[in-house]
Design a protein around this ligand. Structure first.
Ligand code: F6P
Length: 526
């Protein structure tokens, strides 16, 4: 056990003996010390099991883990994705891209500028009605076909700003779900529907199957002329061409952007089509502001680093294995799902950066939902269950004019939940209740949470929020000593799916286990 590890373990044991309420009583400056204001986000971390000494130890911990050097390596464009010999340059996609940024002999800024021009051009033609379907009519609907990082980001953006949409209607198709496919083909007009095939690898089975099915549907109605209603976003132009999408209809994606970090690239096209290129520029600007903070603030003032240290602190020293995100903003309902890929695909690892077994747990289980609905669903367990679940409460300050009363209810519940979880109530608060019924009404309290308030529901603020969690993931990768940019764990299932699909289409293979063989038999029975 390292020296800092020992100090952190001892400190965790000490601080655990005090309740959050006692920590507030001990440190009058606690709220100011644990509050951050960055890029339109107000973040209060004070309702957590931390104090001044924790902050000091975290700074030593980050220094020992090499957090500052790790951040600098990402920013410089070092090959931080070691196994795949690639940098992770998503931050370059939201910078102004002026001048040169040469990485591995390539000026990525030239590529970024060129891609932006093409995205803008595509958007103007599709939104402006000059990109026509096979009957010479403007595009009314877009089906975005993609999965994982090629779907979660643009869907989050489109759902968040659907109320300001002024472009074609966007539909997302991730899995080849026969019912969803049938519904789309029954309700959409093929003459005015555009297909976007989004796949970094252009090798993802589900995406290619969906693209093939919907292309067949388009061609059945419009013949070969309908191929003009199909475009791709991919790093594999050759595979897209082999599929039949010509290079001039392929927007680029690069090896130096991970799928789950890609919503700043052309992967954002559906959002641009729905809300316009200016909205996309605002999204980038908000993220860039968070980048500047992340790259320059000292660890003690660095919000993404502090959020990361908090997770690692609970994970390694409190035995906590999950974090819940509760969005008191219905428009951001897709955020937990987005973050599940970002965090769990990046950090759910058992090998360290040298490829050897880790000796401490890595990624947490990330889950969540929207408030106030979650209060009427799973909050019972958070309040009275035996597990301690740290939460991130996220809400938006500014409400549309005339709807202040609704905002008061949403904000009121958001803050009240955090307060109730911290305070709890004991039998002394329940004197009017018969004694035998008191215990079941008590709540232990002392349950930690952080509260993040966005100034407004704008592309800038959402860009900053997403970048905040991306950077938190980067720091956690360093603290846990894992490669946050690969995802080898998902491969085995993909390989075995070839066998199960073959057994469904033909004879059941002898290689399946008895349970899988029986399930296959059941699915195939008439
Ligand atoms: O299977 C996991 C994954 O590789 C994700 O990392 C990625 O976002 C998703 O599949 C989709 O990949 P692609 O964009 O290459 O189709």
């Amino acid at each position: 056990m390292s020296h800092i590890d020992e100090k952190l373990r001892d400190h965790a044991a000490q601080i655990s003996q005090k309740t959050l309420v006692e920590l507030f009583a001990e440190e009058p400056q606690r709220v100011q010390a644990a509050t951050f204001q960055v890029a339109g986000i107000y973040a209060d971390l004070s309702k957590n099991h931390i104090n001044t000494q924790t902050g000091e130890l975290w700074t030593q911990w980050a220094a020992q883990a090499g957090v500052a050097e790790g951040i600098a390596a990402v920013v410089r464009g070092d090959n931080v994705n070691k196994g795949e010999h690639r940098p992770a340059l998503h931050h370059a996609l939201r910078a102004p891209a002026e001048g040169e940024f040469v990485v591995n002999g390539i000026d990525v800024n030239i590529e970024i500028r060129a891609a932006r021009r093409r995205m803008q051009d595509f958007a103007e033609r599709i939104r402006g009605g000059t990109w026509k379907g096979y009957r010479d009519e403007a595009i009314s609907d877009v089906v975005h076909i993609g999965i994982g990082g090629s779907e979660l980001g643009p869907r989050l953006l489109c759902e968040a700003f659907a109320h300001e949409a002024d472009g074609p209607k966007i539909h997302f198709l991730a899995t080849p779900d026969p019912v969803q496919l049938q519904h789309l083909m029954h309700t959409l007009n093929p003459a005015t529907t555009l297909l976007i095939v989004a796949s970094k690898s252009f090798g993802t089975e589900e995406t290619l199957a969906n693209a093939d099915i919907l292309r067949t549907w388009l061609r059945q109605h419009g013949g070969e002329a309908a191929d003009n209603q199909m475009l791709a976003i991919s790093a594999n132009v050759d595979k897209a061409a082999a599929f039949g999408i010509a290079e001039e209809r392929v927007l680029p994606f690069w090896d130096w952007v991970g799928g789950r970090f890609s919503l700043w690239s052309a992967i954002a096209l559906p959002f641009i089509l729905q809300n316009g290129y200016a909205a996309y520029e605002k999204l980038l600007a908000g993220a860039h502001e968070m980048d500047k903070h992340f790259q320059t603030a000292a660890i003690a003032q660095n919000l993404p680093a502090q959020l990361a240290l908090l997770d690692a602190w609970y994970n390694h020293y409190f035995g906590i294995n999950n974090r819940a995100l509760i969005l008191y903003a219905h428009s951001l309902a897709a955020f937990p799902q987005y973050l599940q890929q970002l965090d769990m695909e990046s950090l759910g690892k058992r090998a360290n950066r040298a490829g050897k077994p880790l000796d401490k747990p890595s990624g947490l289980i990330i889950w969540g939902g929207t408030g106030t609905e979650s209060q009427h669903a799973f909050f019972q367990l958070i309040h009275q269950g035996q597990r301690r679940i740290p939460l991130d409460f996220i809400t938006v300050k500014k409400a549309p004019q005339g709807l202040e009363k609704a905002a008061h209810i949403v904000h009121g519940h958001c803050l009240a939940q955090a307060e109730a979880l911290m305070r709890g109530r004991d039998e002394s608060d329940l004197q009017e209740i018969p004694e035998a019924e008191r215990y079941q009404r008590t709540s232990p309290g002392n349950r930690p949470s952080s509260t993040l308030i966005l100034d407004e529901l704008s592309p800038q603020c959402l860009g900053a929020l997403i970048a905040l969690y991306e950077h938190k993931t980067t720091v956690l990768g360093i603290l846990y000593d894992v490669n946050a940019y690969d995802q080898w764990g998902v491969e085995l299932g993909k390989i075995l799916a070839k066998g199960t699909e073959a057994s469904l289409a033909g004879e059941i293979g002898a290689h399946h286990d008895a349970s899988t063989a029986a399930l296959l038999k059941h699915l195939k029975s008439s």
